[in-house]
Ligand binder design. Structure first.
Ligand SMILES: Cc1ncc(COP(=O)(O)O)c(C=O)c1O
Length: 430
């Protein structure tokens, strides 16, 4: 499936009005290419459908999916919030000129330095993971006499991944405190109530990634709302914020069947409105935190084909000039991708190939069972939907320099992250 401005002209794959081969000629190979207009249309899709007259509906981009100066600027220009999980992500967001009051800071093991950094940067919401972290933050805030707004991350016992979800099964997650753990929650609530500086605005949860269908999210709104009600009654407080995380599934291959986001988001808003009303909750702000669904389909990876091998055991390989160093997802969790030979888009697909990288691991496979036209050295192989968790999970394994990132828009291209050179591979060595 082609997304956004991806199109076929005269046998070749184009993106943003530019022939993919020309992008490789200009910027080198392998290459991450992003269709900027597609990112912006996804942002608008979220903004147009995730809105309510009853409460403020906020969209926080989960920056772990793709983070660089340019993407931060796009999110800033479109008034999104941003979520971060480490000092490094906070640093990049801050250095890129983002309004830090619109940043959420997550993490199950934030260091004192990271918490201090978040306070100094004026981060809008710190998401507390556990009681010890709360105590550290209370100490820091008290010493600085600074008011800090927080959410508490809880585990609602819903685990969702792709088409399956399980309720009250996953009580062993490393993230947050279980909503069923009254003792732990009670200690935390007591500490909150004793603090002059750290406030509990509400609760956060995230049920998983690549989640399809509305049911797991609807269930999450139900469970979290009931939990809020219970806390409000027990501790005589009012909770004003709920954050139900990200995880909206996207299309990678034909097995993925995402519901149109416009429908899904409207249903979530309407379900939240009725549930809050029914339970008489005064939730003023509802957050979601999409990462993948904002950037995945906008990105493609371009590789140059090297050798083509048919093994003695009858397996056909196409070797490309990147691999698990620029996309670990297939090796890490058997993620599936679709691909094409970008210079032979209308050729007959005659055989099934394994698209393998050049790294020294048998598991360094990018696409299994890819139906392709006859591949030849020098062809351009495009892998679709690599916009999320590709660059951000990349590594220097086998001393592979990271590819460049190029944004295309309306016939124009610009490099937004330079290609690493061999010198970068040694720049910290002493
Ligand atoms: C807390 C939290 N929020 C949001 C996300 C974004 O998820 P996705 O990219 O699947 O939308 C993640 C992903 O791991 C997460 O852990």
């Amino acid at each position: 499936m082609l997304f956004g401005t991806q199109e076929i002209k005269d046998d070749a794959l184009f993106i943003g009005g530019i022939k993919t081969r020309d992008l490789v000629t200009q910027y080198g190979s392998p290459l991450y290419v992003y269709d900027e207009t597609h990112i912006i249309s996804q942002i608008n899709l979220f903004k147009d459908n995730f809105k309510s007259k009853v409460f403020t509906a906020n969209i926080a981009y989960a920056s772990k999916a793709l983070l660089n100066k340019t993407i931060v600027k796009i999110m800033n220009d479109h008034n999104l919030y941003m979520d971060s999980v480490s000092g490094g992500e906070l640093y990049v967001i801050y250095q890129s000129g983002f309004d830090m009051s619109k940043v959420l800071f997550h993490g199950n093991n934030k260091s004192i330095e990271e918490l201090q950094m978040a306070i100094d940067y004026g981060v809008g919401l710190i998401i507390i993971d556990n009681k010890d972290e709360l105590n550290v933050l209370i100490d820091l805030a008290t010493k600085k006499k600074t008011k800090i707004k927080t959410l508490l991350r809880v585990n609602p016992g819903i685990e969702a991944h792709t088409h399956e979800y399980i309720v009250t099964a996953k009580l062993t997650s490393k993230f947050g405190e279980s909503i069923f753990d009254d003792t732990q929650i009670d200690t935390i609530m007591t500490n909150y109530q004793a603090s002059l500086y750290v406030t509990l605005e509400g609760f956060h949860c995230h049920i998983g990634s690549q989640v399809f269908g509305e049911t797991p999210f609807i269930k999450t709104i139900d469970v979290m709302s009931q939990f809020v009600k219970k806390i409000e009654k027990r501790y005589h407080i009012t909770i004003n914020t709920l954050n139900i995380g990200g995880g909206f599934g996207v299309y990678y291959t034909e097995v993925d069947t995402p519901e149109p986001l416009s429908e899904l988001l409207k249903k979530l808003i309407s379900h939240a409105e009725t549930t809050f009303k029914k339970l008489q909750l005064d939730i003023k702000t509802l957050f979601i935190e999409p990462g993948r669904s904002l950037v995945a389909n906008a990105g493609i990876s371009l590789y140059t084909v090297g050798f083509v091998k048919e093994t003695y055991g009858n397996k056909n390989y196409v070797f490309v000039d990147g691999g698990m160093s620029d996309n670990i997802r297939p090796a890490l969790y058997q993620a599936k991708y679709a691909c094409d030979l970008a210079n032979k888009m209308t050729h007959l697909k005659t055989k099934t190939y394994t698209v393998a990288g050049k790294l020294c691991e048998s598991g360094d496979v990018l696409v299994h069972n890819a139906k392709l036209p006859k591949p030849e050295t020098g062809d351009i192989l495009a892998i679709y939907t690599t916009g999320a968790y590709g660059y951000s999970m990349s590594s220097h394994y086998n001393k592979m320099p990271r590819p460049a990132i190029v944004f295309v828009n309306n016939g124009k291209s610009r490099c937004v992250v330079e290609r690493e050179t061999y010198a970068h591979l040694m720049w910290l060595d002493r």
